[in-house]
Design a binder for this molecule. Structure first.
Ligand SMILES: [Zn+2]
Length: 378
């Protein structure tokens, strides 16, 4: 296999495994002195082929490092996007917005993922202390930064600092409340680094914590779930899917179970599940249905968007999406959040995104949507 086939193979390996990345998340790249090839936006790692890679001119990408952009967030991101497009050789394939980050990490192969176990540490209160304990004081952590150009500049500056201090390039970049970048000369080395990292974190999950890694999904079809689906399908006008598992039900029984999953941990969670969720604890079926309707309406009035996740004690996780596939992704992403909350307990407890950070992503989403509609790229 040549380098690009190796890149595609490693992308599919991790992309197909929900423990590493869900839906369209994560991205990978390969670069030589002149060109960088990166996963095109709108494609998924799980199915990535060499033909799905966007190709960019690295010399032209440098412009983004050097140029001064607008202070206005939306205007700035638009300007950066235009410069990214100018550097893109494959005009029909648009590169991911994270391409500039890949470009400044000084290794040919880069694999960026959001592994559940890594995020159990990255979304924990004691992230700094525990990361240094487990991976040494040179472990390279980027404190949470709004995604897009600001995150790229932050990483670029921090890499420069790291180089001055340690006289070497960081190979692993840990991103608080987001995930991880790993760079190497070969894809074998990348796999070894990921395996070592996961093993080490796993080995430090407290044994007193019930295994959050695997869960048994219950298959069921009851009258109450049928009624819930009918009521919510009518309310939402979309698709409704109920999934239940011991992992999901656990949040009603463990200490702070609901509180610990009431706010998003990473930006992707907001994209798929939004940042507020409904939790219902009602034994009586009639009261449950009534309560659901009331909760749905007051949620809508308070948040100005419809709920995507409703978790019901004794019933399961209700995903409200635009399609069956959307519901499946919502379920996976929220289950991932439940696991992150559980793992984080071994590292000082859960540390979700702040209201300000959440707000930035919500606005960004609205803007992106508006732009897509305006340009007919829906
Ligand atoms: Zn990411």
């Amino acid at each position: 296999m040549n380098e690009l086939e190796l890149l595609a193979a490693v992308s599919r390996l991790y992309g197909a495994d929900k423990n590493y990345v869900i839906a369209g998340g994560g991205n990978t790249s390969y670069k030589d002195d002149n060109k960088i090839r990166v996963k095109a936006s709108g494609t998924s790692l799980a199915t990535l082929q060499v033909g799905d890679l966007a190709i960019l001119d690295r010399e032209k990408l440098k412009v983004i490092s050097e140029k001064k952009y607008s202070e206005d967030t939306n205007l700035r991101e638009e300007q950066v996007k235009q410069d990214l497009a100018k550097a893109t050789i494959t005009k029909e394939k648009r590169p991911s917005v994270e391409t500039s980050i890949h470009n400044v990490i000084n290794y040919p192969f880069i694999v960026h993922l959001h592994p559940t176990i890594v995020n159990g540490l990255m979304c924990a209160n004691d992230v700094v202390k525990k990361l240094h304990e487990l991976f040494g004081k040179n472990a390279f952590l980027i404190p949470y930064t709004d995604p897009g150009y600001v995150l790229f500049k932050k990483i670029e500056e921090e890499i420069e600092e790291y180089r001055k201090q340690f006289n070497t390039h960081p190979q692993v970049i840990w991103l608080q409340n987001h995930g991880i970048f790993v760079g190497a000369d070969t894809t074998e080395e990348i796999k070894n680094i990921y395996a070592d990292i996961l093993e080490k974190i796993k080995g430090n999950i407290l044994s007193s914590i019930e295994s959050p890694i695997s869960e048994t999904r219950f298959a069921f079809e009851t009258e109450v779930s049928g009624n819930i689906i009918n009521v919510l399908t009518e309310k939402s006008g979309g698709f409704v899917k109920i999934t239940d598992s011991s992992l999901i039900q656990n949040i009603f029984y463990i200490k702070d179970g609901l509180k610990n999953v009431s706010k998003p941990f990473i930006p992707d969670q907001i994209v798929y599940c939004k940042s507020n969720y409904i939790f219902m604890d009602e034994e009586d079926e009639n009261k449950l249905i009534e309560g659901l309707v009331t909760a749905y309406d007051s949620f809508l009035a308070k948040n100005a968007y419809a709920p995507k996740v409703i978790v019901i004690k004794g019933v399961g996780l209700v995903a409200l999406g635009s399609s069956e596939n959307d519901c499946a992704i919502i379920t996976d992403v929220f289950e991932d959040a439940i696991k992150i909350a559980a793992i984080s307990k071994s590292f000082g407890g859960p540390h979700p995104m702040t209201d300000e950070q959440i707000h930035f992503i919500e606005n960004w989403e609205v803007e992106n949507y508006r732009r897509k509609v305006a340009t007919g790229q829906g």
